[in-house]
Design a protein around this ligand. Structure first.
Ligand SMILES: *Cc1c(COP(=O)(O)O)cnc(C)c1O
Length: 428
């Protein structure tokens, strides 16, 4: 028992002593709601409504077309990209905030395949894992068709063995969206490097949640999401990173005018811009980019308090506490932890599974003010999942305590078995 001293009083004390506790004030969260879904849609930054209102009434309303220059709209993808670079171990001028994660993946994977075809045409395999997020696999399937290559999917434990001199690109999501399991990016990067394999990382569940160093991990390409831990709002632009040694080797396939060397020369022929700018396609949604800028600022607000290292420490403490409280208070209710218990192997979420009822349990919890989510499984290897994301910027230790308390209530009372919660498998 001494390993677990997690009472409500302990949690209150941990919040009082939390060096990051002031960061919660940067967000507008509904009263009484425990929000454990920031890994799917980050919370609303308090500064966003006023900043957007100003962008709409002043920059758009008054500035009109002049705002492309006077309000700095043109440079927004680079400016926000430079801020994101500080969170992922990239340098200024290497990152763009543009388009969606899926579209960015298409652009950078296409560039990776062109490089591989040029440098090592005998390599025909894009290697990924079966449990990768579906859009990543779907985009890879399309590009493999175009390039006459094969998408090879293995279980995550088999990735190292599957690397070889027939592999062109290793395409992985750093933190698994279902389980929260985190790859050792440096180890896989080094292994890929030994085999001459290019690495492409999807940072959708990492950026803003865990420490990242793309250069140290010898990565080649990366993409990531703006609306999860970067708090950019629904459908926020995503980001992409290309190692500078690759940036200018080929055109990316969506060679629109924003990626042109001189978009306002209006020439009939495409000339790619120097540097990362060529990874732009067309006009970007400025209001969404402005919201993303505010969201990224909430993460950068942690810099004077220890930055991503401090956020990661708190995130681990929160997910560790969540796992411990579940073991402590929910034994015998058929729930098991799916996320790795080892800190170094876990992202910023805790996933549970249960042989049945996972969907109803999540619904019953939401009705009691604890928002997590449900992800349907597809058999024993990938069971139904109850997900609880932890955003260290605004999640408190007491939130974890109350979330488990309500989960205990739902299970102990049998409330989840009420017909109204249904058993359907739909994802909300
Ligand atoms: C959330 C997520 C995406 C989202 O892609 P969109 O293009 O924004 O819909 C992509 N990949 C992973 C791994 C994700 O977790």
């Amino acid at each position: 028992m001494t390993a677990f001293l997690n009472t409500l009083q302990d949690c209150l004390r941990l919040d009082e002593q939390d060096p990051l506790r002031s960061l919660r004030d940067l967000f507008d969260l509904p009263d009484g709601l425990i929000y454990l879904d920031g890994n799917s849609l980050g919370a609303l930054p308090r500064a966003a409504p006023a900043r957007l209102a100003q962008a709409i009434t002043q920059e758009w309303g008054q500035g009109l077309i002049r705002s492309w220059n006077s309000a700095g709209w043109f440079d927004m993808p680079r400016r926000v990209g430079d801020k994101i670079a500080r969170l992922i171990g990239a340098r200024a001028g290497e990152v763009l905030a543009v388009d969606s994660t899926s579209v960015n993946l298409y652009k950078v994977l296409s560039a990776a395949l062109q490089i591989a075809r040029h440098d090592a045409p005998e390599r025909k395999i894009v290697l990924s894992e079966r449990s990768n997020f579906p859009t990543d696999l779907y985009i890879a399937q399309s590009l493999c068709q175009q390039h006459a290559m094969e998408l090879r999917l293995v279980e995550s434990g088999q990735l190292q063995q599957a690397l070889g001199d027939d592999v062109a690109v290793l395409l992985l999501t750093h933190v698994n969206y279902r389980t929260g399991a985190m790859h050792d990016m440096a180890a896989l990067g080094a292994a890929a490097q030994r085999f001459g394999v290019l690495t492409l990382w999807d940072l959708a569940h990492s950026a803003g949640a865990v420490e990242l160093d793309l250069h140290a991990a010898q990565a080649d390409f990366a993409v990531g999401c703006g609306y999860k831990y970067l708090n950019g709002g629904p459908g926020a632009p995503a980001f992409l990173w290309v190692h500078p040694k690759h940036t200018e080797r080929f055109w990316q396939p969506l060679s629109g005018w924003w990626g042109h060397a001189q978009p306002f020369a209006f020439e009939p022929g495409y000339q790619p811009a120097a540097g990362i700018g060529r990874y732009q396609c067309g006009t970007q949604p400025m209001l969404s980019l402005i919201a993303l800028d505010v969201g990224v600022d909430t993460v950068l607000a942690a810099q004077p308090l220890g930055g991503m290292a401090a956020l990661r420490r708190k995130s681990l403490a929160l997910t560790r506490l969540l796992g411990q409280l579940i073991e402590q208070r929910l034994a015998g209710h058929g729930l098991s932890l799916v996320s790795p218990s080892q800190d170094g192997q876990r992202g910023s979420q805790v996933s549970l599974t249960r042989s049945h009822g996972a969907y109803a349990i999540v619904q019953a919890l939401i009705e009691r003010g604890v928002v997590g989510d449900f992800r349907a499984g597809d058999g024993a290897a990938h069971p139904d999942i109850l997900r609880f994301g932890v955003c260290p910027l605004y999640t408190r230790y007491v939130d974890i305590w109350y979330a488990v308390d309500r989960l205990h209530e739902v299970m102990a009372s049998g409330a989840w078995q009420e017909a109204k919660y249904g058993q359907q498998q739909s994802v909300t």
